[in-house]
Write a protein that binds this ligand. Structure first.
Ligand SMILES: [Ca+2]
Length: 166
């Protein structure tokens, strides 16, 4: 027990932080001399006031680790580590708040399913208006407005022929 404690005190620089390049996690690692491993295989990005590139099924614990922020649910309270994040949840570094965009989760329930497909279809024919993070979640091929190609990709993801995230 004591040995472990001393080891911790004497060798504090062997810890590694895994995170998004440019995030607070990286600054923290640099500040305290920890190793920093970039989440290069991940598409998670901080863009203006949004966190994009989040895949369906990402847990609050994983996103928290990636961006170094507190993840807050729609009810305004921090999410449990095991909770899956949804479009419309937010992340806060104490100063700034960012809205989370789960690619393909257009209705903000955390899952990409046929209801998201239906909403996108309605948006494409003009009978439903998508805004903010929900609009961004529908822009699969990263343009500013969703189109029929995005609809097709969403459909393929749902039937399992091609993942949105591949
Ligand atoms: Ca959804």
């Amino acid at each position: 027990m004591l040995q472990n404690a001393l080891h911790f005190m004497w060798e504090p620089y062997h810890y590694t932080i895994v995170g998004v390049p440019g995030s607070y996690a990286e600054i923290y690692a640099q500040l305290y001399g920890f190793n920093f491993v970039s989440l290069t295989e991940s598409q998670i990005k901080i863009e203006n006031d949004m966190i994009t590139g989040v895949e369906e099924g990402t847990t609050a614990a994983l996103l928290k680790k990636a961006v170094g922020m507190t993840i807050i649910g729609a009810n305004g309270k921090p999410l449990n580590d095991s909770s899956v994040v949804s479009t419309g949840d937010t992340a806060s570094d104490g100063t700034n708040t960012y809205t989370i965009v789960v690619l393909g989760d257009i209705d903000g329930d955390g899952f990409v399913d046929s209801y998201d497909c239906l909403l996108l279809k309605k948006a494409l024919v003009g009978s439903y208006k998508l805004e903010g993070a929900y609009l961004r979640a529908a822009c699969i091929s990263s343009s500013d407005t969703p189109d029929s190609l995005d609809y097709l990709r969403l459909k393929k993801h749902i039937i399992g022929t091609q993942s949105l995230y591949s």
